[in-house]
Design a protein around this ligand. Structure first.
Ligand SMILES: Cc1cc2nc3c(=O)[nH]c(=O)nc-3n(C[C@H](O)[C@H](O)[C@H](O)COP(=O)(O)OP(=O)(O)OC[C@H]3O[C@@H](n4cnc5c(N)ncnc54)[C@H](O)[C@@H]3O)c2cc1C
Length: 387
């Protein structure tokens, strides 16, 4: 495997890195993250100012275009300082821009994509239900029933991130119970978040506090036919390529967490003293830092390989699932080492290690747990399905 960024991708990376360094420093992100009841609209506006919302959206719909490589380059650069708050941008990227670009009608694209590109429209995604996220299809109780003018949605979702401030919710619901297999008979809806009958409640959580992840109650929510994305009954087949993209995006965020951890660990190791020496002179600390660097290099190689294959149209479900597990586990291990290197200051809310640790911890659970990802990898190797 040999991978080199094109000149265009290198120029884009340099531009994004400069913007992030100037406009989105770590200490600002730290302050925003800790205000758990205040969604950071000012950060959303910075994404707009930097043109990030237009990424992946074709120019004819008001975007700046760009392939998966550009998406992962931006994701890595953003999460280096923002850590998990980079998901504020990432969720609308794949729940809004990706879903509509892939599955929207011409009318839906013309109506919504320009608003996403200009930062006027925020989206969230609601797949997971209180009965379980790993067995998302088995646990799904949210029903969509045809009405004279469209559909009526009834049910409950959980953990839907930034839905309390979203304009539209991408919702997967069962529209047909009489199917032989539970991945059939599902429909994807693009639901106005302020529709009558929708109640959204933010939940308390460990990390990405300012972003808000919510439970959503749908009580006889009426939507028109134009709220359906793609063909009714094929929602699961439509969502699969988006989940693959989400794994790449998540892994790029994890690599950004590792970048942030390495920077802070090195800075601290070079200036903190013990026994009359800088702690970076101790072999134990050097090994911790070497481990972080090794993780950074291996995740980077895998991410670049997987993203470039995906950008050239190759199927990467196996690779992106492997990458998902390794990047989540490695970033969390690196953040843990980072805390160890900083000692007590690693546990302090006034440094960023704890933020990287909390945010990377989530990626071992969502968007898919490491255990379920391993099940899928084993299955792709020809072993019988274990669940
Ligand atoms: C902060 C946060 C933000 C989130 N944001 C969103 C969002 O925006 N939209 C959305 O739809 N969802 C979101 N999620 C949900 C996330 O995708 C789920 O939490 C995840 O899929 C796991 O589901 P679960 O929590 O129900 O765990 P469960 O499915 O209950 O799993 C519990 C444990 O059992 C294990 N397990 C289950 N089945 C198997 C099996 N067959 N083999 C081995 N082990 C198994 C799991 O690996 C896990 O360890 C978010 C979650 C969190 C915590």
């Amino acid at each position: 495997m040999q991978f080199a960024l094109s000149e265009e991708h290198r120029a884009f990376r340099d531009m994004v890195q400069r913007f992030v360094a100037a406009e989105m420093p770590k200490d600002w992100a730290r302050e925003l993250e800790r205000k758990e009841d205040e969604y950071p609209f000012e950060l959303w506006d910075k994404f707009t100012e930097g043109g990030f919302h237009g990424l992946g959206i074709p120019e004819e719909y008001g975007g700046i275009g760009g392939d998966v490589m550009m998406q992962v380059i931006a994701a890595r650069a953003l999460s280096r300082t923002l850590s998990g708050l980079a998901w504020l941008w990432g969720i609308t990227q794949f729940a809004g821009a990706k879903s509509l670009t892939l599955h929207g009608t011409e009318e839906q694209k013309r109506r919504f994509l320009p608003d996403i590109a200009s930062g006027k429209l925020r989206a969230s995604i609601s797949l997971t239900e209180p009965g379980g996220g790993t067995d998302v299809l088995g646990a799904m109780r949210t029903m969509a029933t045809p009405t004279a003018n469209g559909w009526m949605i009834q049910g409950e979702k959980i953990w839907s991130s930034q839905s309390h401030v979203a304009d539209y919710l991408l919702v997967l619901a069962r529209s047909d119970k009489s199917v032989a297999k539970n991945h059939h008979g599902l429909t994807l809806f693009w639901v106005p978040a302020k529709s009558p009958g929708i109640t959204i409640t933010p939940l308390k959580k460990l990390g990405m506090r300012a972003m808000g992840s919510c439970s959503i109650h749908f009580n006889e929510v009426e939507v028109g036919h134009d709220a359906v994305l793609g063909t009714p009954g094929t929602g699961w087949q439509m969502i699969l390529p988006m989940l693959n993209n989400e794994r790449l995006l998540m892994s790029a965020f994890c690599l950004g967490y590792i970048d942030g951890v390495l920077e802070d660990a090195l800075d601290y190791a070079k200036q903190r003293k013990a026994f009359g020496k800088v702690i970076g002179q101790f072999q134990a600390i050097q090994h911790f830092i070497a481990n972080i660097k090794m993780a950074q290099y291996s995740v980077e190689c895998m991410l670049m390989d997987c993203a470039s294959k995906s950008a050239s149209g190759q199927e990467t479900l196996l690779e992106s699932t492997i990458l998902k597990v390794i990047s989540a586990e490695e970033s969390n291990r690196c953040a843990d080492l980072g805390i160890q290197i900083l000692g007590g200051m690693g546990y302090s809310a006034d440094t960023d290690m704890q933020r990287y640790w909390r945010d990377s911890r989530l990626q071992r659970i969502g968007p898919i747990t490491d255990e379920m990802a391993r099940n899928l990898i084993a299955e792709q190797l020809g072993l019988p399905r274990s669940f």
